[in-house]
Design a binder for this molecule. Structure first.
Ligand SMILES: [Zn+2]
Length: 408
């Protein structure tokens, strides 16, 4: 998922003026005085569990960092859980966002981008954090992704790697340049070089760290290198601030986003719900003999979804778009899905009325069993719906595999 970023020498190209932006507040140094030179931000990606030790090393030295995490991974093994993140936040570290699923945003439909960015930020806020800063997974930025990050209420987005040092008053706060991802091969001198350059040119060095260990892959920094660098940094007395502090400004609200115009997670690729239910989908009526699981052999992407219904089961296990108030449930549309099945399948459909109530499930037309991928499409009766949900159910015990749902 993560990628080592090879970086050349960062060259700061500075120009006067900043296009009418109001000046950023003057950052203060780690020891409290005003910044007279450059500034350094220590940033940490992906919410990896071992970053707790890195945060502790910072705290020991009176330093603070910015940790870009995924709201969906705080219960997953190998990641920082909520109590740990709370302790880090209490120690002064900043908790920022990094999408729900480490998504490469420019490749996604804007509605899918909003789900990744806004819903993640909303979940972090619900946990009690104050996420102001965002980092694009894979450093992948586009104009559309930038506007989504702004729309979702973030104050900045850490973006492009290796292009140039960042200005303390960034030209584009939604594409902050970072000079360096620190990895297993990075030497203390290399890390120091970026700090010294920021000091010399009065710029902002945003350093990126991932894992922390002696031998855990290309993105793991060795503890001795990391703590040695922190000791040097502390002695060096350059200002060390979180990204949110350098950017300044108040915490902005998360807007209520419009119901999507597409089926989100339509190819059933992302599984961050409980019990292996795909994100933005719900499963009703599971039993001992009626099960859902993801399977390889997808029509597109990596996964398809499969419902299996045993003998004697009425076969009402239903995978359908999550019946929510518009985070996942789209407003309207004609429905389509690709499927293979050993038994006939039928559409199942529900809609949300203006008062937010979901109707009982209604049956749609039946489609025949098929061993090769076949597309089923259906336009439900015209309904004044605030939101819709739909899926497929098996008409009898058997097995059906689904992929690539869509609204048309
Ligand atoms: Zn990442």
């Amino acid at each position: 998922m993560r990628r080592l970023v090879m970086v050349g020498v960062a060259i700061a190209v500075l120009s006067a003026g900043c296009g009418g932006q109001s000046p950023a507040p003057v950052p203060t140094s780690a020891t409290g005085g005003p910044v007279t030179g450059g500034v350094v931000s220590l940033t940490f990606d992906d919410g990896l569990a071992r970053q707790e030790q890195m945060a502790q090393e910072l705290t020991k030295r009176g330093l603070i960092g910015t940790f870009y995490v995924h709201s969906t991974r705080t219960k997953a093994a190998g990641y920082l859980d909520q109590p740990k993140l709370e302790r880090m936040s209490e120690a002064g570290h900043e908790i920022g966002g990094h999408t729900r699923t480490h998504a490469r945003l420019p490749e996604l439909h804007p509605d899918e981008q909003r789900r990744e960015v806004c819903a993640d930020r909303s979940a972090l806020k619900a946990m009690g954090f104050a996420p102001k800063s965002f980092a694009y997974p894979f450093h992948a930025v586009s104009a559309a992704a930038e506007s989504v990050v702004r729309e979702c209420g973030y104050s900045s987005g850490r973006g492009r790697a290796g292009a140039a040092a960042e200005r303390i008053e960034p030209r584009d706060p939604y594409n902050l340049n970072t000079p360096l991802a620190v990895g297993a091969g990075t030497t203390p001198a290399q890390i120091q070089k970026y700090v010294l350059a920021a000091e010399q040119h009065k710029t902002w060095a945003i350093l990126v760290f991932h894992d922390y260990c002696d031998d855990c892959g290309p993105l793991g920094v060795e503890p001795a290198v990391f703590t040695g660098f922190l000791d040097w940094l502390k002695e060096h007395k350059i200002a060390v601030r979180t990204v949110g502090d350098v950017i300044g400004g108040d915490l902005r609200p998360v807007p209520k986003i419009k119901a999507p115009s597409i089926v989100l997670n339509a190819s059933l690729e992302n599984y961050f719900g409980k019990e292996g239910v795909p994100d933005c989908w719900q499963l009703d009526g599971r039993s001992k003999t009626a099960t859902f699981g993801r399977v390889a052999g997808a029509r597109t992407g990596r996964w398809a979804g499969r419902i299996q219904v045993g003998d004697g089961d009425p076969g009402r296990l239903r995978l359908a778009i999550k019946q929510d108030d518009g985070d996942c449930a789209p407003r309207t549309g004609a429905l389509s899905v690709w499927y293979t099945s050993t038994v006939p399948v039928r559409f199942t459909f529900s809609r949300r009325t203006g008062d937010g109530v979901w109707t009982r499930w209604a049956d749609g037309p039946v489609f025949p069993a098929t061993t090769s991928w076949r597309q089923a499409t259906w336009t439900p009766p015209r309904a004044q719906a605030a939101g819709i949900s739909f899926g497929l159910v098996l008409a009898a015990p058997g097995q059906a595999t689904f992929d690539d749902f869509a609204l048309r």
